[in-house]
Design a protein around this ligand. Structure first.
Ligand code: SF4
Ligand code: SF4
Length: 460
């Protein structure tokens, strides 16, 4: 009997001059030209003998001939056997993250701070309560799972003495726990840096670019901004692992690459560029175009930089771009990029009064309070977590269900729909950015203009 080639269940997306074929079940994809698409159209009418399909092969400038491209990306199968080159790698080194709301107080008032949307209590956290929760979480997770404790705010360094006490106390009672602090950088001192270095605690520092004008949403005075730049120098000269976190807005988007370059020259190697999230979900088309161009230029810049540097210490990383590339290659990239997301399973958040929530974005909302941490054996048993997974994954009914990019969407946090619409049924407010970026990144990957191994999966 002759071998037969079958077409899998696919979406076809016209992406100006090229067509994206996507496997509906898993989101694997490949690009084909208009000419190459004709073979797919013939296969859509029924299976064809293998020798006929192979004969019609073409390369059209793509690195892989058409037949192999369709086969390894799960678009076709032979005799119902799928030859998808399965590159999905579950990264077991991903820690279970506990976000600790250190305090809701802050010495700045950034224009886009989401703390004002949560209803947290007003004291600082307590070391004793945190250690108690950690003990319970350690029992649930078992001794081996790495835990990352992230001190968040408000501004955590307002309560640095309590953070120090917590880190020393946790280190004396637990193994396999890492620490990170997310700060605005204004209160850093040589003593703080030295403590972080001695205790291997990481630090994420928020700054929106290398010029004061780019930071108008953060700093009221240029003096404060310059102090933060000095503190970045202090960190660069230390052995503390740190990264910079920026919110990308219309005013800094065109200069993101220049800012990266400027900070790289000052010794920074790790970045996070988060698009500004509008709580109303409104973005102008011009702003989305600007964001898309900015991310593409950063992707090209990272690829170029990392391909020219072999010394590991020189390699740079930007989390959003890495996440986009890894998502399109169906590789795991942490709790916010998996389906379902890791809220409750791979992370939780503790309010200042130690109340646990699914994720820091839901902190203060009783609907997402984890109630049964004290009595459960696994995270999956907990009712709030089960209900969340049910509505965002198992029984989801949302606007994304028929989208060809559903399995590889770049911005997928369910809290976005919840805060804008009060449910989990709406597409992400950055949907149109995703639709601008996916075809462009696919073209870069497919033509091998960028090398995925230049995009490191690191956490700040
Ligand atoms: S957010 Fe938009 S691009 Fe993403 S899956 Fe939903 S509809 Fe598709
Ligand atoms: S709710 Fe959003 S922020 Fe929280 S884990 Fe899920 S994707 Fe990440």
């Amino acid at each position: 009997m002759k071998d037969l080639v079958y077409l899998n269940d696919i979406h076809i997306v016209d992406a100006s001059g090229v067509f994206i074929l996507l496997n509906k079940q898993i989101g694997s994809w490949c690009l084909v030209s208009r000419e190459e698409k004709k073979l797919v159209e013939r296969l859509s009418k029924g299976p064809l003998p293998l020798d006929i399909v192979q004969k019609e092969d073409s390369t059209s400038g793509e690195p892989l001939p058409l037949f192999r491209r369709l086969l390894v990306s799960g678009i076709i199968n032979i005799n119902d056997v799928c030859f998808l080159k399965d590159e999905y790698i579950e990264d077991e080194s991903q820690p279970f993250t506990i976000v600790v709301k250190t305090t809701d107080r802050c010495n700045l008032k950034c224009g886009y701070c989401y703390t004002e949307y949560t209803k947290i209590s007003h004291e600082s956290f307590s070391t004793e309560a945190l250690v108690g929760s950690l003990r319970r979480i350690r029992e649930i997770l078992g001794p081996k799972r790495k835990i990352l404790v992230v001190f968040h705010g408000g501004e955590p360094l307002l309560f640095f003495d309590e953070i120090k006490r917590a880190i020393l106390s946790i280190n004396s009672s637990f193994e396999n726990v890492d620490f990170s602090i997310q700060t605005n950088g204004t209160l850093l001192t040589p003593e703080t840096v030295s403590f972080l270095q001695d205790n291997s605690a990481r630090l994420g520092l928020s700054i929106d670019g290398h010029l004061f004008d780019m930071n108008r949403n953060r700093f009221k005075s240029e003096q404060t901004f310059l102090k933060v730049l000095d503190n970045i120098d202090l960190l660069s000269k230390s052995k503390v692992t740190f990264g910079l976190l920026s919110v990308v807005t219309a005013s800094n988007a065109p200069f993101m690459k220049e800012s990266l370059r400027w900070f790289i020259d000052r010794g920074v190697r790790s970045f996070v560029l988060n698009p500004m999230i509008s709580r109303k979900g409104n973005y102008s088309s011009a702003f989305l175009d600007l964001l898309a161009d900015s991310y593409i230029s950063v992707i090209r810049f990272i690829d170029d930089w990392n391909s020219k540097h072999t010394d590991k210490a020189q390699l740079i990383n930007e989390r959003s771009c890495s996440a986009m590339i890894h998502t399109l290659l169906l590789q795991d990239h942490g709790q916010c990029y998996s389906i379902p997301c890791g809220a409750g399973y791979n992370c939780l958040a503790l309010d200042t009064d130690n109340t646990p929530y699914l994720c820091d974005l839901f902190m203060g909302d009783p609907a997402f309070r984890i109630t049964e941490l004290s009595s459960i054996k696994t995270m999956g048993e907990e009712e709030t977590i089960k209900a969340f997974i049910n509505s965002t994954y198992i029984n989801r009914k949302d606007e994304c269900q028929d989208c060809p990019f559903d399995k590889i969407c770049l911005f997928r946090c369910p809290a976005d729909s919840y805060y804008i619409h009060g449910d989990f049924c709406h597409r992400h407010s950055l949907c149109e950015l995703t639709k601008r970026l996916i075809p462009r990144i696919m073209k870069l990957l497919s033509s091998k203009e960028i090398n995925p191994s230049n995009f490191i999966a690191l956490q700040v």
